[in-house]
Design a protein around this ligand. Sequence first.
Ligand code: ACO
Length: 403
Amino acid sequence: VIDIRKLYAETGYFTYDPGFTSTGSCESKITYIDGDEGILLHRGYAIEDLAENCNFLEVCYLLLHGELPSPEQLSTFDKTITYHTMVHEQINYFLRGFRRDAHPMAILCGVTGALSSFYHDSTDIEDPHQRMIASHRLIAKLPTMAAMAYKYSVGQPFMYPRNDLSYAENFLYMTFGVPCEPFKVNPILSRAMDRIFILHADHEQNASTSTVRLAGSSGANPFACIAAGIASLWGPAHGGANEAVLKMLQEIGSKDRIPEFIKRAKDKNDSFRLMGFGHRVYKNFDPRAQVMRKTCHEVLGELGITNDPLLDIAMELERIALEDDYFIEKKLYPNVDFYSGIILKAMGFPTSMFTVLFAVARTVGWIAQWKEMIEDPGQKIGRPRQLYTGATQRKFVPQNERG
Ligand code: ACO
């Protein structure tokens, strides 16, 4: 490993690495990915095992504390999180200030940042106890605020959290429940929701997590840092991809038009890409996509959706792309977003909520990474250098002599 800091101090040289494709920005003990082999481990545990055997809060505990919880630890953690699910009542009024047609990601980004003005105690990042409370608050409140953003967009009343329900059930209740009707949780759907949360919980130094770390490296408070992460996640090359997948499938419209779109994806003069294919790190099947594919079929089976035209197009697209030389050569496999959009649509979420759900799930990863950074004695403010390509120094021209 080259000590870049030493090299820079001695020679003035620095690495030029657009997109940081080969630059490690930190040490971390949280998540391990082997993109060539298609392996994803959280604290050493395979994502497939966690998705199969744990609930989301167990995985949250693991990411935050480094170990899987004992039954007592899980019960205490569960109570701690549910204790924080309500948001300050003023947040209701704050949220109502958004335009009715605001994108829920815009709302989530704004409201999460605003938490720093409601929970001043948790902005003391020097205090380990407060850092943990901030983590609990964020994990607990994100689903509440996400559901509020949805309710606001459809003109329904906000549903207060129900702490007798599990994390995933409560989220479905706050999103789809209405005050005048009893709410019945479908266990297959709540399990699918829980699994979607687990599969998105952390993914080492992706764009949004790096954004959280970079924002936090200056000492910014955790709510502001997570809001920065949400902003970064919003982009279609990152968390916005599952929304983009659905739009693409709708645009394709029918199976016979797939070859036309495959051709476009391969054309270097066309900016079109197959959404839901490819990954910066995975050059093999994304292990999360495998679990998501299985969950997708379970959900559609449960809901009795046997001939969904978009799903038919998706399955045919997957088959054709996996046999296509271009995709094989460039190692472009379906990623987690390819299937998650289809599941979420079947569950009744509008496409504008897809990235919001990703943000709810990823909050634990962001906050675990933020904590790890703050607690690292070698932590420094993030400050990349640049390769300057602008003008060399020139003589100043007074305004009246210009043009
Ligand atoms: N469709 C067609 N061609 C593609 C695709 C795609 N989806 N993805 C990559 N390629 C091609 C590129 O054109 C490039 O070709 P070239 O070598 O001839 O120039 C080559 O594959 C490598 O692509 P890069 O953009 O250099 O790969 P990078 O690692 O930077 O990009 C990314 C990864 C952004 C995910 C990309 O594959 C993509 O845009 N995919 C579609 C969007 C998507 O699904 N994003 C979700 C990511 S997963 C997540 O955030 C949870």
